[in-house]
Ligand binder design. Structure first.
Ligand code: NAD
Length: 413
């Protein structure tokens, strides 16, 4: 597997071929501002102490507070966290929300830990990093294997350490503990707004647009619900156990009911079973990878029949596959844009916390649409003008904004 941090630097060097970046600024952008490394010692349920390695990478704050999730996973690595913090800088920049990039990670296997152990680990992590973060410094959020309960524990621990209320220290909290309405739908809905913009640009009749979605978790489900409601046809869906096809169109709400009952989408009434590979290669107009990274690679990129890809997952297309898709004329809209609905509503949560307000879901959705539509149109303009692929267009836009903000604060010296 290639090193994600090296990939992030390579990408930055590629962007530097299209826009002017001062050499001091480029150098600074290649290294996170700060990487905090800590050992967390907690008591396990069996009475023994165990030490967990943990990180927080703060990449860049030229456009605003560091922002990014905390990941719990056995394979978390320092270079991965650093790369993810760089990508957060671009993601916040591409949608124009006033944040920089950060990311955290703890090397652990949460599936093998009790709730009590997870709470002690989460509180210990906050005790170790609270001096470096804060509502006006660095605002973490959930990521892989972390959820609103973990965010609630972390907010509580932060407040204990600093001795004051600070709901804006972390986002992705439960609604009762300062979370925002609409956060659950946000990533799928943001992806759906991208779909609407794309279909408008390429002038297709949405009633005739066939969509295949890989994965059927939070992001995929809400994307599918909003798309179906608007008349698009979801013809294929999948989860880790396999995929299903129905050319007449699947009803995502009914499929979810079935999945909750049986544990998988496979076997859903009236559908035909296919493998995940077959789903990716299925003849549709729009393919939406919404599960894992590295799903479209050099091995299968030539077999993709979709004309458009909306990357709801993070990193579903490898750099090698990227080139093949572009050569084959497939328009692949990048993750930094397509799944930015999540971080955008996190920003809304933070704004509500800072102003002591509670917004309605309707207000959240309308504000999200405005931000995502604008970001898409800005990316599309660069894409058309510079004859690059949409990923490079998004990066050009994002990096340019960060570079300008760095210049303003004198980072070129
Ligand atoms: P989730 O855990 O709710 O769902 C993941 C889905 O992928 C599940 O349906 C699972 O069965 C399926 N899956 C797992 N392995 C698979 C495989 N081999 N083939 C097909 N399907 C498989 O996760 P999520 O929150 O929906 O996140 C999905 C992706 O979107 C991730 O890449 C995540 O980083 C990205 N993302 C999510 C959010 C968010 O707010 N939820 C925000 C930004 C990015």
């Amino acid at each position: 597997m290639s090193n994600p941090y090296k990939n992030a630097i390579k990408q930055l060097d590629s962007v530097a071929r299209y826009i002017e970046i001062d050499k001091n600024i480029l150098k600074k952008l290649k290294t996170p501002d700060k990487v905090i490394k800590v050992d967390l010692k907690i008591k396990m349920d069996n009475g023994k102490d165990k030490v967990f390695k943990a990180f927080r990478s703060q990449h860049n704050n030229a456009r605003g507070e560091y922002k990014g999730g905390i990941r719990y996973h056995p394979q978390v690595a320092e270079d991965e966290v650093k790369a993810l913090s760089i990508w957060m800088t671009w993601k916040c920049s591409v949608v124009g929300i006033p944040y920089g990039g950060g990311k955290g990670g703890v090397i652990c296997d949460p599936k093998k830990m009790s709730e009590g152990e997870l709470e002690r680990l989460s509180r210990e992590y906050m005790k170790a990093i609270y001096k470096y973060i804060g509502p006006k410094i660095d605002v973490p959020a959930p990521d892989v294997n972390t959820n609103s309960q973990i965010m609630d524990w972390m907010r509580d621990e932060y407040e204990k350490q600093v001795g004051e209320k600070a709901p804006g220290v972390i986002t992705g909290k439960s609604v009762g503990k300062g979370g925002s309405l609409g956060r659950t739908e946000a990533t799928g809905l943001g992806g759906f707004y991208i779909l609407e913009q794309l279909i408008d640009k390429v002038r297709l009749d949405k009633k005739k647009v066939k969509i295949a979605i890989q994965g059927f978790g939070n992001a995929a489900y809400w994307f599918a619900v909003f798309a179906k409601k608007e008349g698009y046809k979801i013809v294929a869906l999948s989860d880790s156990k396999g995929g299903i096809v129905d050319l007449v169109g699947l009803d995502p709400e009914k499929v979810m009911e079935y999945k909750v009952k049986t544990g998988s989408v496979v076997g859903y009434e009236g559908s035909k079973k296919i493998s995940n590979q077959e789903l990716l290669e299925f003849k549709v107009d729009v393919l939406v990878p919404a599960a894992l990274e590295n799903q479209i690679t050099k091995k299968n990129a030539d077999k993709i029949q979709a004309k458009y890809i909306i990357e709801l997952a993070n990193g579903p297309v490898t750099p090698g596959a990227d080139k093949i898709l572009h050569k084959n004329g497939i328009v692949d809209l990048p993750d930094v844009l397509c799944n930015a609905g999540g971080v955008t509503v996190s920003y809304f949560e933070w704004m509500q916390n800072m102003k002591n307000e509670k917004w309605s879901k309707d207000k959240v959705f309308k504000k999200l649409k405005k931000i995502i539509d604008k970001a898409f149109l800005e990316m599309w303009k660069v894409y058309q003008k510079k004859t690059v692929n949409p990923r490079m267009a998004a990066y050009i836009l994002a990096v340019d904004r960060v570079v300008k903000a760095m210049k303003l604060r004198g980072d070129s010296k």
